[in-house]
Design a protein around this ligand. Structure first.
Ligand SMILES: [Zn+2]
Length: 320
């Protein structure tokens, strides 16, 4: 099956964002007070999940896919608004409004109605166990809350800026400049040569963990050009932008990337890594990658389904 971006975790099952509601303060206040409103809490970019907590996140860690849920609140979520950001995420098919309340980093559940009921968890560890809809909501809320954290001051005049539009914009009261959440394009690519593909490893990754090479798209570049430049910089392998094939993309909220999956046709084989960028790179045969993706390789493994790299690799395997 040919996947599209709508099939990729974190992007799948998107909500109706109902953006026209963001400027309607009266509607937003009424929606937040509705008995059927759905609200979850975030702290420090981490969603509040039903316990017990899964294993802590580590680069390359294999996530626990046991299904778990966010802790959902109703209008009683107003008790957590002190010092928090109230983010309107949209409405589900039934019209139910959904909000995230991003509480301050030092907020505690002790002494609240939620004491002992769950834990704020790293999203990279939690994403595999959330439903597609919940993973999409948390991904959006995480990116926006991280943006607010790092953009408290106006980039034009340096004054403290204010949150408006239900969390989707900041405005500077001094110079009236508007600021919008950023999204950073990243190319993530798999160079192919014959029946082999090129994968690499980061220096901090656990032994045996391999993935697609990736890098930020620079100003003035296309996705395809960035993919080829990054492969050459990191591995020395030459690819041509005109032979690149864009596949699909995934919002990746760490903090605000949009990962764009690309298959490349390699024009050369020799590998010469840049040790400042990656720890290693090598060619894998299709048979070997099939074994890895089936979880049957003795000492190599690749990213889980929550990461777009998994789907880029699978897209290549399912060709021919
Ligand atoms: Zn300003």
């Amino acid at each position: 099956m040919q996947l599209t971006s709508n099939d990729i975790p974190l992007a799948a099952k998107p909500l109706d964002r109902a953006a026209h509601r963001r400027t309607d303060r009266i509607w937003l206040d009424a929606a937040f007070a509705r008995p059927d409103v759905l609200v979850f809490l975030m702290r420090d970019g981490m969603p509040l999940m039903e316990g017990p907590a899964g294993p802590a996140f580590a680069p390359g860690a294999r996530p626990d896919p046991t299904p778990r849920s966010l802790i959902w609140l109703g209008p009683e979520a107003k008790d957590f608004l002190n010092g928090a950001i109230r983010l309107f995420l949209g409405q589900d098919k039934a019209g139910t409004p959904i909000f995230a309340v991003c509480v301050p980093d030092n907020a505690t559940l002790d002494g609240t109605m939620l004491a002992g009921s769950g834990e704020f968890e790293d999203m990279r560890a939690a994403a595999a166990s959330l439903s597609l809809l919940e993973a999409n909501l948390v991904s959006t809320a995480r990116s926006i809350s991280e943006w607010h954290r790092s953009h408290a001051y106006c980039a034009t005049c340096g004054s403290p800026s204010e949150i408006v539009d239900a969390g989707w914009k900041r405005v500077c009261p001094a110079c009236e400049k508007e600021h919008f959440p950023r999204t950073d394009p990243v190319a993530i690519m798999l160079p192919i040569r014959g029946d082999h593909c090129l994968m690499g490893r980061g220096a901090s990754w656990p032994a045996g963990f391999w993935s697609c090479l990736a890098g930020f798209v620079e100003p003035g570049e296309t996705i395809e050009q960035a993919a080829c430049r990054e492969v050459q910089e990191e591995s020395g392998v030459i690819c041509l932008p005109e032979n690149a094939e864009y596949l699909f993309c995934q919002p990746w909220p760490f903090p605000s990337s949009l990962m764009m999956g690309v298959l490349l046709k390699a024009e050369s084989e020799e590998i010469k890594i840049d040790p400042n960028e990656i720890a290693d790179a090598r060619w894998f045969s299709k048979d070997e990658v099939k074994q890895i993706m089936a979880g049957e390789h003795p000492d190599a493994y690749c990213p889980p389904k929550t990461a777009i790299a998994h789907h880029v690799i699978m897209a290549w395997l399912e060709r021919d």
